[in-house]
Design a protein around this ligand. Sequence first.
Ligand SMILES: [Zn+2]
Length: 474
Amino acid sequence: MTLKLHNTLSRQKEIFEPIDKDDIRMYVCGPTVYDLAHIGNARPVVVFDVLYRLLKSLYPKVTYVRNITDVDDKINAKAAETGVDIRTITEGTAAVFRQDMAALNAQEPDAEPRATDHIPEMIAMIKTLLEKGHAYEAEGHVLFSVSSWDDYGKLSGHNRDEIIAGARVEVAPYKRDPADFVLWKPSSGIEPGWESDWGFGRPGWHLECSAMSEKFLGDEFDIHGGGQDLIFPHHENEIAQSRCSHGTAHMARLWMHNGYLMSEGEKMSKSLGNFYTVHDLLKEFPGEAIRLALLKTHYRKPLDFTRAGIREAKAELDGFYRAIQHLSDVESIEHIEPIHEIEVPNTVESALLDDLNTPLAIACVHVLADYALNPNSGVHHPTGAPTNVEMGWVKYRLLTQASLLGFLQHDPEQWFKGVSGDGLDEAAIDELVAKRVEARANKDFAESDRIRDELAEQGVILEDGAGGTTWRRE
Ligand SMILES: [Zn+2]
């Protein structure tokens, strides 16, 4: 078992060597809670959830930390615009974020620290940076001095001149160097703030992650993740703060970044109508289908997210659930001595071990599901029909392999009745189905057809069988 992951720092795939194999430590930058999560925010959550699941299958303990940024100028602006107080905005948004991510089958991290609960730790880190000569105070601000540290720019590959040339913001007069960035800034009376040696103020965004990762994961930890857009300046600045404060060779050994997300072929924007919040998508589609649509593209590649893609993913998941339903009478068995040659690939793990190759891993689940539905198909060349025990093993593999990717997390019957969506609820459907049964018993076929059509319009398909009428959602 060798896990290989792409390291943004070295720009190559590396064999993962844990700092402590008894406790793998991972940090992923979390949401700034001022608005509902859009589908681009969901991509890193789902990608690093797959990594979290994989690491937990390989090591006895994994500590996964994802912060919540609840002090930020975007939050202040939202409060000013809506008149709602900051704590109400951040608590409400964080609660919906948790629900939305749970609907995508993303497991909760082991710790989810909020920035505003860690202001003393941030102040302590600023003091250390000042003492070590990596920061300076100017007009109520504390700034990190980029020229004080030679390794600045190694993650992003930007050199200092490029950084200055690329700075779009007007350089503040109190900065000694245009590349310097804020560790602490003054707050006016209406902005949130805390007392400090440098006056009433609030921390810079980059500092939050350095202080919280130190508290929960230590000075050096294994993996730091996030979206590609965070490489510069956010992650570059996190590294500068943490390494200068701790005097370590690394902040995280391995830096992983997921690629950009486009929507319906274009950059997501509210004016183009392709701006999808997870919350809205969940009213129409099951979270598991959204998750599959996100994972069908390798995490480092750009992803074009489309509604058609979610529908396709839903159809694929229907196939997986049909396979499990087909094996409902078979007992799941972990180990067997096969009587026949069952050529079912065992490669979801191996696909994921190779830098989280989710497209290949999903293809492996398809092979297992196809085999479950049609064990005598030519592709697998089994010698003779598989026994029930062998099919039990196939069931075990299908469930465990799909689970490693966070799929097949529902009961098949529940899945086909709909796990989310704002259509008719189950009781309403059951009632209509009962009315139709009655109409048929009275030979009122016009009414029976009318009910069938009404349900079809709501995406509910009826199946009349020997045992009566069952229903499922499209
Ligand atoms: Zn961060």
